[in-house]
Ligand binder design. Structure first.
Ligand SMILES: Nc1nc2c(ncn2[C@@H]2O[C@H](COP(=O)(O)OP(=O)(O)O)[C@@H](O)[C@H]2O)c(=O)[nH]1
Ligand SMILES: [Mg+2]
Length: 532
């Protein structure tokens, strides 16, 4: 893929960071969590750094043309993805450190880039000429000083791997080179002024030091390529225990890489203290916030959620609780997957906020469900009343109203609890409304019972049917429905009562949505209305 093979200039020679390029570069990286490695190379100008990176990572960093002489080619800091290597490996090519072309600016840039490389890389390759080893005034001394001082400024031991690659090994045996170099490293480390806290700290607390040598690229190309191939193998699984970067600490998630690189460079440029822990908090806060926002906007267009919302508006959605719980859990787990490697306290705080916001998004479906449950409870109440009318005597019926109310409220209570997935999702207002509605109905029912009683006592009872007085005398309502109102031609309902019944039927309290009354239901409703 095109974006995989192309290096680009991350920081120009003037110190300007290319954020847009970095963000584009990071798109393939951001899903990697902490499964990625950053490798930076430093060393003298024209010492074959870009050549080595290109061979190790199959990148395309610009190399100096041998015929042009050893003048500077790599301005600033370049970056590319290593090809064919797992984990995702970022290669960073840093401008030559002993540039005679940049003077004091070069020295400043060298220190800045050393600090940048150490702050961002898991492995820093220090490229040096074999013939410089042990030489008091060789270019590697100021470079090593810059690297060590930079590490002390970082305020933490990241246990970065320093991989020394010694170029153009000829006659001197590797063992001798290694001893000599380790001696140099130790000496330089001892000489560096250190803050009180780090006075007695051995170099090994900050770095893991590895050394290797390469034959001459110019005179022993095959051997050189062989050795580089073997070195490339060491970048496979470099972050696993025992790997090249296996000791690294405080690994920061890939999705914050671009922002972290930007902030680190900005701080270095401003010559401020590079307080990495503080920066990590900042990056974690920003990133977790961003992840939460992205997750929430994903929820709004989530297919399962859109289906449930539609469903809940239309009817009591089946498996509501199960579905809404899984939607919420999916949302949170999406966030978790992305935010997992950020600082726990920050990630958790943001997760709580996300949960609250997600619940707000989901809340309308709960409200719609409460509406359905309310209707269902009213329907239940009505059915119970009718059943009682059929079953009980009038006295029993009156006595059972309270328990019907209780059953109805209990049912609503239970069902509303079943659709709530948060303490904040409270049905008390809906419950109160339902209770008021039922009470109003109950009062009406009772009033109408009394009205009927009055009518019974009046000289002209409204229905001359012989069965009505039977009912009013306390026979079961069932008898009444079965024997008397069951299409009985005997019952002549007076005009007066007919009007009243019609009024009752038109009364909202007794006409429920979705009612489809057949004749039997009609009679029952009638009875209920006579009652009520
Ligand atoms: N003697 C020597 N020359 C090399 C080696 N690797 C690369 N070169 C050459 O050194 C020059 C500078 O290489 P380059 O990779 O651009 O160096 P950089 O400035 O350190 O990135 C080029 O002409 C390379 O062909 C090496 O191992 N030994
Ligand atoms: Mg170069």
């Amino acid at each position: 893929m095109a974006e995989d093979c192309c290096s680009f200039q991350l920081i120009s020679g003037e110190g300007v960071l290319n954020m847009e390029g970095l963000e584009n570069f990071s798109t393939n990286l951001s899903q990697r969590g902490v499964s990625y490695a950053v490798v930076a190379i430093m060393g003298p100008q024209g010492s074959g750094k870009s050549t080595l990176l290109n061979k190790l990572f199959q990148t395309d960093f610009r190399m100096m043309d041998a015929d042009d002489g050893r003048n500077q080619t790599t301005q600033g800091i370049w970056i590319a993805k290593g090809i064919g290597i797992e984990p995702f490996t970022i290669a960073i090519d840093v401008e030559g450190s002993d540039s005679s072309e940049r003077g004091q600016d070069g020295v400043t840039f060298e220190k800045q880039s050393a600090l940048f490389a150490l702050a961002i890389a898991d492995i820093v390759i220090i490229n040096m000429w074999c013939h410089d080893i042990g030489r008091e005034h060789a270019a590697n001394r100021p470079l090593l000083k810059a690297v060590f001082e930079a590490m002390l400024r970082l305020f933490r031991a990241r246990k970065t791997t320093l991989l020394f690659v010694l170029r153009d090994q000829r006659k001197t045996p590797f063992e001798r080179l290694e001893v000599s170099l380790r001696g140099d490293i130790k000496k330089i480390w001892a000489e560096i002024p250190k803050p009180e806290a780090y006075k007695g700290t051995p170099l090994g607390d900050f770095f893991k030091v590895e050394i290797t040598a390469l034959p001459s690229y110019e005179f022993e190309e095959d051997k050189f390529n062989d050795k580089v191939d073997r070195l490339r193998q060491r970048f496979f699984n470099s972050i696993s225990p025992g790997g090249l970067a296996g000791d690294r600490k405080d690994v920061q998630p890939a999705s914050g890489f671009a922002l972290r690189a930007e902030q680190i460079w900005k701080t270095i440029k401003e010559n401020k203290d590079l307080d990495l822990p503080a920066m990590e908090v900042m990056v974690a806060t920003f990133r977790c916030d961003q992840i939460a926002k992205e997750t929430l906007s994903g929820l709004n267009s989530d297919k399962a959620w859109m289906a449930l919302r539609k469903d809940a508006q239309a009817r009591p959605a089946p498996k509501f609780r199960e579905r809404i719980t899984s939607i919420l859990e999916n949302t949170l787990s999406q966030y978790d997957m992305e935010a997992i490697h950020f600082k726990e306290s920050i990630r958790d705080d943001k997760r709580k906020e996300l949960e609250t916001e997600a619940l707000q998004v989901l809340y309308p479906a709960y409200v719609a469900m409460l509406q359905h449950l309310r209707s269902r409870a009213l329907q239940f109440f009505k059915t119970k009343l009718i059943t009682e009318v059929k079953r009980a005597t009038k006295a029993e019926f009156e006595a059972s109203i309270d328990s019907i109310i209780k059953d109805t409220m209990d049912k609503f209570e239970k069902e509303s609890r079943d659709v709530s997935i948060s303490k904040e999702w409270d049905a008390s207002a809906a419950r109160q409304n339902l209770f008021s509605e039922i009470e109003t109905m109950t009062v009406e029912v009772k009033t109408k019972i009394n009205k009927t009683r009055t009518r019974e006592n009046s000289p002209n009872p409204p229905c001359t049917s012989p069965s009505l007085p039977t009912y009013l005398q306390g026979d079961t309502a069932n008898d009444l429905v079965g024997e008397t109102f069951d299409n009985s031609p005997d019952c002549e309902i007076t005009d007066d009562l007919e009007g009243e019944i019609a009024d009752d039927l038109a009364d909202d309290n007794f006409v429920f949505e979705n009612d489809s009354l057949d004749w039997g239901d009609f009679i029952l409703d009638l009875v209920l209305n006579i009652f009520g």
